[in-house]
Design a protein around this ligand. Structure first.
Ligand code: ATP
Ligand code: MG
Length: 472
C-alpha cells in the first residue's frame, strides 16, 4: 500500500457495523427504567439475577436450539478460538507431559490430546440465554437447592438476521426461567400461570399498553410427531395451492407453514388440523389447567393454534405477547415450557418454563406511545468568574452534588452573559454565581432561571434553598 492510500484509510470514518446500534441519552433513561422495573417485579416473585457469559461453546446452542432451526442453521456468530503456541506449551508444562529424547510424545494419548487442542474451540456469541441458564444450572449443581430454581437475566443477544425496525443483529432480552424437578402436571400449570402473571405485571408497571397474550400448547414428544404427520398429510393435499417456501417445508418442517405470512395461504392455514385438538391426555390436562389458572388470575388471553416457537426445545405451554406500534415485528415476548432440555445438556431430569422479552421492541413501543421518562434535569449551573475563584467553585459544586443535586461546573472561565446563556440552553433550574464579591463575603448569588428571581445565601443556606426547589 502506498503511503497516500494508507493515510486515506486512516482518516476513513469508522462506523458501527450493520445491524448494531448505539443507544444514547436520553433514550438510555428509558432503558434503565424498563430494566429497573424488571429487577423490581421479578424480585417480588422470588427470582434472583444470573449474569451469564456472552459467548459459549457452539455445541451448547447446536444441541439445545436444534440444528434445523433458522437460529442455528444461519443466524449464529461463531468463531474459531485457536490457542497460541505459548498457551499450548504452558498446558503441556502444567500436565508434566513427557517426551522421548528425539522430541516425540511419550504417550499416544497425550499426542492425541495435543492434536485436538491445536484445532481450537468453536465458540458462538449467544443468540439467546435459556441454554446458558441450563448449562449454569448443571454446572453449579443447582438441582440441590431447596425449592424451584428461579432465575432471570438481561443483556445482549446476537443473531445474523436482516436488520429492520425492531430486528437487529445485536438486540437485548430480559428473560426468566423456572427449573424444577418435583410436582405433577397441575403444579406445572400453576408455575406456567404464575410466570405469565409476572410478565403481565411487568408490562403493566413498565407502562406498556395494548399488549395481547397468545397461548398454545405444542404437545410433547408423544403427541407432536403424530400431529406433524397429520399436518403433513393435510398439506400434501393442498400442495399446489401453497407458495414455494411452504411447499418445501411440507417435508422439512411442516409446523413452520403455520407461521407463514403469505396472504394467499391464509385461508388454507385456517382449515388445517390444529395441534390443540390432537394432544395426548397429559398435554391436554396441562393445557386445560393452564387456561383455568390464567382465568383464576384474571389474565385474558387468546388461543392461537398457529403459535409454534422457532426453537426446537419447547413443548406444551407456548405463549407470545404482542404490543402496538411495531409493524410486523410486533412480538415483544416469547416463551414456553422446555421439560427435558437440562437432561439433553447432560443434567438430571428437570422441568423448565421461561420467557424472553425483546427489550428493543418494548422501548420502541413505549416511544410510540410517547411514554418517555422525565429526564433528570440539571439543577445548578455554576457560573464562576476569576481564575482564583475556581477552587471555591469546585468545593461548592462538590458539596451540592453530595446533597444529590445535578451540577454543571464548566472547566473554563466564561463571561457572565455567555455562562447564563449556556445555563439556559442546558435547562438548568438555577445559576449559581461565584465571583470575587461572593468569595470575599461568603454570600453567593443564586438566580432562578425560570423567572430571574435572585437571592444571596450562605453556603449552608444554599443547599437547603436549592434542595427545596428540586423537581419532585
Ligand atoms: P421473531 O419471530 O420476531 O423473529 P423469535 O421467535 O425469533 O421472534 P425468540 O427467540 O422467542 O424470538 O425471542 C424472544 C423475543 O426476542 C422476541 O419476541 C422479540 O421480541 C425479541 N427478538 C428476537 N429476535 C430479535 C431481533 N433480531 N431483534 C430484536 N428483537 C428480537
Ligand atoms: Mg426470529
Amino acid at each position: 500500500m502506498s503511503e497516500g492510500a494508507g493515510k486515506a484509510q486512516e482518516k476513513r470514518k469508522i462506523q458501527a457495523i450493520k445491524g448494531v446500534r448505539d443507544i444514547l441519552p436520553p433514550e438510555t433513561a428509558l432503558w434503565n427504567r424498563v430494566e429497573q422495573t424488571a429487577h423490581e417485579v421479578f424480585a417480588t416473585y422470588g427470582f434472583g439475577e444470573i449474569r451469564l457469559p456472552i459467548f459459549e461453546a457452539t455445541e451448547l446452542f447446536a444441541r439445545s436450539i436444534g440444528t434445523e432451526t433458522d437460529v442455528v442453521s444461519k443466524e449464529m456468530y461463531s468463531f474459531k478460538d485457536l490457542p497460541t503456541r505459548n498457551e499450548l506449551a504452558l498446558e503441556l508444562w502444567d500436565r508434566s507431559v513427557q517426551f522421548t529424547p528425539s522430541g516425540d510424545f511419550q504417550s499416544d494419548e497425550e499426542k492425541q490430546l495435543f492434536e485436538e487442542r491445536k484445532k481450537g474451540e468453536l465458540l458462538t456469541l449467544r443468540p439467546e440465554a435459556t441454554a446458558s441458564v441450563c448449562r449454569a444450572y448443571i454446572e453449579h449443581g443447582m438441582h440441590t437447592l431447596p425449592g424451584n430454581v428461579k432465575l432471570y437475566y438481561m443483556g445482549p443477544m446476537f443473531r445474523r438476521e436482516r436488520p429492520q425496525k425492531g430486528r437487529y443483529r445485536q438486540f437485548y432480552q430480559i428473560g426468566a426461567e423456572v427449573l424444577s424437578h418435583t410436582g405433577d402436571l397441575k403444579d406445572d400449570a400453576r408455575v406456567d400461570a404464575e410466570v405469565i402473571e409476572m410478565l403481565t405485571t411487568f408490562f403493566e408497571k413498565a407502562g406498556l399498553e395494548g399488549t395481547a397474550l397468545y397461548l398454545n400448547s405444542i404437545g410433547c414428544k408423544e403427541c407432536r410427531p403424530k400431529y406433524v404427520e397429520l399436518l403433513r398429510a393435510a398439506l400434501t393435499k393442498v400442495k399446489d395451492k401453497l407458495g414455494p417456501d411452504s411447499q418445501r417445508r411440507i417435508e422439512t418442517n411442516p409446523l413452520r407453514v403455520l407461521d407463514s405470512k403469505l396472504e394467499s395461504e391464509q385461508a388454507i392455514i385456517e382449515k388445517l388440523p390444529r395441534i390443540a385438538e390432537h394432544l395426548c391426555p397429559d398435554c391436554l390436562e396441562e393445557y386445560t389447567e393452564v387456561k383455568k389458572q390464567l382465568a383464576m388470575r384474571g389474565i385474558s388471553y387468546a388461543q392461537n393454534f398457529r403459535l409454534v416457537r422457532g426453537l426446537d426445545y419447547y413443548m406444551r405451554t407456548t405463549f407470545e405477547i404482542t404490543a402496538p406500534g411495531l409493524g410486523s415485528q410486533n412480538a415483544v415476548c416469547g416463551g414456553g415450557r422446555y421439560d427435558g432440555l437440562v437432561e439433553l445438556l447432560g443434567g438430571p431430569p428437570t422441568k423448565g418454563i421461561g420467557f424472553a422479552i425483546g427489550t428493543d421492541r418494548v422501548i420502541l413501543s413505549l416511544q410510540d406511545m410517547r411514554k418517555l421518562p422525565v429526564e433528570r434535569a440539571l439543577d445548578v449551573y455554576v457560573a464562576w468568574m476569576g481564575e482564583k475563584n475556581y477552587p471555591a467553585a469546585v468545593k461548592i459544586a462538590r458539596r451540592l452534588r453530595e446533597a444529590g443535586l445535578a451540577v454543571e461546573l464548566p472547566p473554563g472561565e466564561m463571561k457572565f452573559g455567555k455562562a447564563l446563556g449556556l445555563a439556559d440552553k442546558l435547562g438548568a433550574r438555577y445559576a449559581l454565581i461565584i465571583g470575587d464579591d461572593e468569595v470575599a463575603t461568603k454570600q453567593f448569588t443564586v438566580k432562578r432561571l425560570e423567572d430571574g428571581e435572585q437571592k444571596k445565601l450562605s453556603e449552608r443556606e444554599l443547599v437547603e434553598h436549592l434542595k427545596a426547589g428540586e423537581a419532585p
